[in-house]
Unconditional design. Sequence first.
Length: 299
Amino acid sequence: MFGIRVGVWWVLLYCALPIMANENLERTFFPQKYVRAVPAHNGIIDHISNETADKSVFLIRDIHAHYEAQKNCVAIINALEQSYGSMPCYVEGYEGNMDFSPFGVFRDAQSKKKVGDYYLKNGKISGEEYSAIVSSSVPNIFGLENRELYESNRKVFKEIISSNQVILQELEGVRYSIVTQNTETEKILAEFDRFLHETHDPCTFLALCNIQHPALEINSDAYPELARYMQAQEIRKNIDSKVFEEEHREILQLIENRLPDALKTAFGAIKVHYTMKQIAQDRFEGVVISLLQGMNFTS
């Protein structure tokens, strides 16, 4: 993330993979000074907000420990510095000022690039750190983290991942108790299991329920939240977003609150099952931690 005193804009950039970059994106909507500063083949401008502050902030969203994505991040940093000059860079995963001055001792630029490239390929450093290593000037890179809070969250997340199988076994017990009590629920859960590996989506499951169990009337006319969710999915595309996940959870809760009692319990179990799948994939960490804390699961 970069802060510079050149205007009053908030710019959200996605540091996309080469296969995700889209040369045909409509770029004329955004102020041309930003369009020119971000190479289209290295990333896309997703959002610009005109605020009242006296600074411009560039927020770069990237894929961690992915070589091509981090190289794109490097290219965006270089392009922004060429357009606006040296600027402070704020990064995740570190606290306070990051001192890269020792690298200035080495005059062989090619050697520094080789070393930086090696660590970047192996996921040991970020694009920001790579840029600082190979830079001929002294970069201004600052870590945004509070070390105590960072280590605390990291510890909790590792404990949750290590107890993943215990949690899944507990959920299986809950699922079994539900299935044995309601034959209609058993059918619904069986249908969910059959396509879970393709869909990973409780709302799409409800759409399937509407087709195969029309008497339930689980459709977008009766549940406007379903249409809202599908619209959000279309906008979201392939980009994971914590903001979207909060919206996602809100929509799921609105739907669950209005479901008939016969389906509410099953849907609640499916929603939890879906979230557990995300744990297995190490995704949406904050959502997972808050969910498990709310359900009083312990490692």
